[in-house]
Design a protein around this ligand. Structure first.
Ligand code: SAM
Length: 242
């Protein structure tokens, strides 16, 4: 996105259409399916006795909240968009939701053992990324984990090929080195990287495959090595305080 745009305003009216749009866009649906699978596995492994306090930042319609909330004693979702939150509240009555911009309001929430933020950092402008990380780090309990994704990698193979053949790159700027530096500036270290879709080298392949199909499963396993995270369109990052 352009640096003059404020990502805060992007989803104010999208609550009724967000889930359907994601499901109907094959590549987004593919990434979303793998994000859910990976996330459920990561949380089960990192918190075998269940998560204590869980925060989903930029929770939107509760897509990611709904994966983790059943594994947590207490779950909280925060988003700036009333329409997105309305959808989330309808799905998750046991989760507490707040309409809030944590970068501008000092909402007293306490600290969390696990914080997630999905489909946020790849879209947000630089200053918002910085301010959000500051707000999240302040709410991360000692020993807590931050699990985020970056789903608009300008150095993904398909994106590089697209630009070589005249595409404009769609304003994507958050490559893995930039994300690493961002996390480091906020005192976070990366514990784990889980690339998604690293095998997709041509735009034509994006989303042409059912995420549950055995071919997709085999490809995700074969191309799921952390070293491929820098060329994957989507990556899940597990981070903690350094
Ligand atoms: C693409 S949606 C992602 C929703 C959800 N995390 C998911 O993965 O499906 C991005 C969300 O970020 C929210 N958002 C943007 N700026 C925000 C801010 N400063 N504070 C809280 N939420 C914000 C938007 O309202 C939107 O719901």
């Amino acid at each position: 996105m352009q640096s003059t745009d404020d990502y805060r305003l992007s989803h104010l009216e999208r609550g009724r259409s967000y889930d359907a749009t994601l499901a109907e866009t094959p590549f987004d649906a593919y990434m979303a399916a793998w994000e859910r699978q990976h996330l459920a596995r990561i949380v089960g492994r990192l918190f075998p006795a269940g998560v204590g306090r869980y925060l989903d930042f930029a929770c939107g319609t509760g897509r990611v909240t709904s994966v983790v909330a059943p594994l947590a004693r207490e779950s909280v979702g925060v988003d700036i968009s009333p329409s997105m939150l309305e959808a989330a509240r309808g799905k998750l009555p046991a989760t507490t939701f707040h309409q809030c911009d944590l970068t501008r309001t000092a909402l007293e929430l306490g600290q969390f053992d696990l914080i997630t933020a999905f489909r946020f950092f790849g879209n947000a402008q630089d200053d918002l990324r910085e301010n959000v990380l500051r707000a999240l780090v302040a709410r991360l309990a000692p020993g807590g984990r931050l699990v985020i994704n970056s789903h608009r990698n300008p150095r993904a193979l398909y994106s590089l090929l697209n630009r070589l053949t005249g595409g404009d790159g769609g304003g994507m700027d958050l490559h893995l080195s930039k994300l690493r530096a961002l996390l480091r500036r906020h005192g976070l270290k990366i514990d784990e990287l889980l690339p998604i879709g690293a095998w997709m080298y041509r735009a034509r392949l994006l989303g042409t495959i059912d995420p549950d199909h055995t071919t997709a499963v085999a490809r995700e396993q074969r191309f799921g090595h952390p070293l491929l995270a820098s060329i994957a369109p989507d990556v899940i990052v597990v981070a903690s305080l350094a």
